[in-house]
Design a protein around this ligand. Structure first.
Ligand code: URA
Length: 210
């Protein structure tokens, strides 16, 4: 397993994940709950951000109080399902920039091929949090992390709702230094590449497609 893996341990988040797993959950509820969980994960993934003390004047007196210090943030969505997590995360991190990476799997080589890449110019100076609800084989996540490293990014984290052991192993092999934050770690992948028990196709459930 990945030494850098953290599974969020919170009853509210687990409850909301169960709502997502339920095949009866409607598209509008699914979308809303993904947003809510994403906000909770933004809270967890920023737990170790550095702070510095500043002087602030309250209505009562002047005091020293902490503010976030260090690198600025950039969220990067792995399209398309990652987009469903961005709104919830930027509710908590309104100053974060947002990048997008689009990848598809070449049916012949089975390799991830990039079809879209748009990130801030100063991406290499930022702490980059890559988001994709489902860490399945880990191939897209691994390709996205490699692409960002090619652009000079040195501070990376990966956030997903559900992770399969196979995906965790892929990231452990290729990006062992990148911390993974997962809402839950599921059993395995089935023959179609779906996480079991999982929640189905996150993109389809978010956008009401099939
Ligand atoms: N992508 C999904 O949306 N669901 C899975 O179960 C695996 C990959």
């Amino acid at each position: 397993m990945h030494l850098n893996l953290t599974e969020v341990d919170h009853p509210l988040l687990k409850h909301k994940l169960t709502l997502l797993r339920n095949a009866e959950t409607t598209t509008d509820n699914f979308r809303r709950v993904v947003r809510e969980i994403a906000a909770m994960m933004a809270y967890e993934v920023t737990r170790d951000l550095p702070t510095e003390m500043i002087t602030v004047t309250t209505p009562v007196t002047e005091c020293q109080a902490p503010v976030i210090a260090g690198k600025k943030l950039c969220l990067v969505s792995i399209m398309r399902a990652g987009n469903g997590m961005i709104d919830g995360m930027i509710e908590l991190l309104p100053g974060a920039r947002v990048g997008h990476i689009g990848l598809y799997r070449d049916p012949h080589t089975l390799q991830a091929v990039e079809y879209y890449y748009k990130v801030p110019e100063d991406i290499d100076e930022r702490l980059v949090i890559v988001v994709d609800p489902m860490l399945a084989t880990g191939n897209s996540a691994s390709a996205a992390l490699s692409r960002l490293k090619e652009d000079g990014v040195t501070s990376l984290k990966f956030v997903c709702l559900l992770a399969a052991p196979e995906g965790i192993s892929t990231l452990a092999e290729h990006h062992p230094e990148v911390p993974i934050l997962a809402g839950a770690v599921d059993s395995h992948l089935n023959d179609h590449g779906y996480i079991v028990p999982g929640l189905g196709d996150a993109g389809d459930r978010l956008f009401g497609t099939r």
